[in-house]
Design a protein around this ligand. Structure first.
Ligand code: PDD
Length: 279
């Protein structure tokens, strides 16, 4: 069984108990991170902890642990759950409070939870064929840069994709592609790798930064620029990226082929470079 971390202690998952008064449960008042680990090594831990700090500051929760304490706890959690390729999910909420009141409690006692589960690679057949995606108007708020646990729009968008036989929903606001429901988006346009610039309407993905770093390292032309949804008709390639799925080629959008309708040569190069980074 899984060993999880809750409020300073490690325990078997069935023993982890959280109050129904927890503001995470009552108000979705919390933030989270997902961190991949390969061969027991956390990938880009510093970047993930920095983003966690930004998310906590954004919703005004004091960080309950400092960086060394986060690092020690997460490494301990990995070790207690065996090695291999794993994904860590961690969550911090504003903790239990009574009576129910939207405003913050006087003395918040944040709830800190973390678990580690095996990283399930994408089905190789899907990676070989590429995946279908759909597009949809973005129905979220204007602080999408914070990784909050209030994920209902993402839940609905992912479910819609599933019901339409698609892998991901690409979110569009005012005609501009921003990101996927749980991923960042890249397009290859006229030989240039393009991804939307950071801002309040998308999550600054750690995988996104890694892909841009790979482009710079290998001298591949890249640009952070607005990506009009209408321009995707002319895209040679379209990808989505995330910590759990790495880089995934999107080969059809709303039922129409993207580029040649199969994973492109630029994807193949970047995916190879990405795997080299993990080795
Ligand atoms: N989601 N954008 C959104 C809205 C996301 O939820 C995610 C990741 C990303 C990619 O970020 P990163 O490369 O740091 O994983 C972009 C995680 C994996 C999740 O919710 O499970």
């Amino acid at each position: 069984g899984l060993t999880v971390y809750l409020n300073g202690e490690f325990m078997p998952l069935p023993e982890a108990r959280i109050s129904p008064l927890d503001r995470g449960f009552v108000f979705a008042d919390g933030v989270y991170e997902v961190i991949p680990a390969y061969g027991g090594r956390l990938l880009r831990l510093g970047e993930h902890l920095q983003r966690l700090e930004n998310s906590l500051a954004g919703i005004r929760i004091d960080n309950p642990l400092d960086r060394p304490a986060w690092t020690a706890m997460l490494e301990d959690l990995l070790a207690r759950n065996g090695g291999g390729d794993r994904s860590i999910y961690l969550q911090v909420t504003r903790g239990p409070a009574f009576p129910r009141d939207h405003a913050f409690p006087e003395q918040p006692r944040p709830t800190v939870f973390a678990m580690s589960t095996p990283l399930r690679p994408l089905d190789p057949a899907l990676r070989a064929s590429g995946v279908p995606a759909i597009s949809h108007e973005d129905i979220r708020w204007d602080r999408c840069d914070l990784k909050t646990i209030a994920l209902l729009p993402a839940v609905l968008m992912k479910q819609l994709a599933k019901e339409r036989g698609a892998f991901e929903t690409i979110l569009v606001r005012n005609g501009l592609v921003l990101e996927g429901a749980a991923s960042n988006v890249f397009a290859v346009m006229d030989g240039v790798l393009v991804t939307p610039p950071k801002g309040p309407f998308l999550l600054p993905g750690i995988t996104r930064d890694l892909v841009l770093e790979l482009a710079a390292e290998h001298g591949f032309p890249w640009r952070e620029a607005d990506l009009p949804a209408a321009a995707l008709d002319r895209a040679d390639e379209l990808w989505v990226t995330s910590s759990t799925r790495e880089i995934v080629p999107v080969t059809s959008l709303d039922g129409r082929a993207v580029g040649a309708g199969r994973p492109g040569p630029v994807y193949a190069r970047f995916y190879g470079w990405y795997q080299e980074k993990l080795a």
